[in-house]
Design a protein around this ligand. Sequence first.
Ligand code: ZN
Length: 314
Amino acid sequence: MKNSLENDVFTYNFNCKPEYGLAYAYTYFNSHLIFLCPAYHPQGIFSGSENKVGTIVHEIAHARVSKHDIIYGRWGCKNLAKDEPYKALNNADNYAYFVETLYPFNSGVDAATTTPDGFTYLFKGNFFVRFKGSVTSFSPRWPVLFKERFGNLPAKFGQGLDSFLCLKTFGYSYATKGSEYIRFKSTNSPALSNGYPASLQAGWGVSSEFSLGFDSSVQLSNGLTYVTKKDLFIKYSDNSASSVNSGYPKKLDSGEWGDLPENFKSGFDAMTVFQNKKLHVFKGSEYIRYSNFPTIDLGYPSPIKGNWGDIPQD
Ligand SMILES: [Zn+2]
């Protein structure tokens, strides 16, 4: 199943046969073709029972690993898993619910930012979550695809971002992907400024490693802006982050980031200064927090799971 999810290529046909009209989707054993029916389309992507991701997983379980329909529905599947686990292993819906209830950000984030209007965003692949106030209380419709907020981003940006930066003091937000970046019309705006994508090299005064792409970026409350790439970081003191401070890049483990956990020394995935002014740095399935930079708060690293939202359970 894992191999199929990672490597198989599928064709989706919206021409659902009328006799399957009440199903969400259907397929056949040993097939790469999945039919999607009208009931599929209004479902959430990751949220709610019978969401789109779960339905696709259900069909792949039939199409590629010949799993059966022994029982449908959450409670039925849960009881089957408890009472007759060997049967649950053979039931397509058990795979669907297993995946449906995974929160995609628990395994890591690509980029993160907090905008002056108080929203924090986590980005992963071509979707994101946004929350204000308590991290765990966002509406069941999240996560959503980029296009729901940002429209059609330039091709490779629409597939996922490397980093997102809100320069509060300068008034713009930026997203980077590979050697290029885009600028939004204002810190809170989803609309792009004209003339982008542009090259990192031109806009950010970077060379070598950093001109090929950023891993993570953030502007601290003191106005200093940091960008990381692998085990290196650069720092900007100017408002517009266009001229790298002299003496940089430096190694992440040079002391300016405090006593970093071993796995953070090789690079960061994402950073954001949350509404409480605390810096949060993500790496893999964990994050660290600084209340008083560069001293890492006690008790970190902490798992993302359970601290940055979850799929609403129903
Ligand atoms: Zn089925």
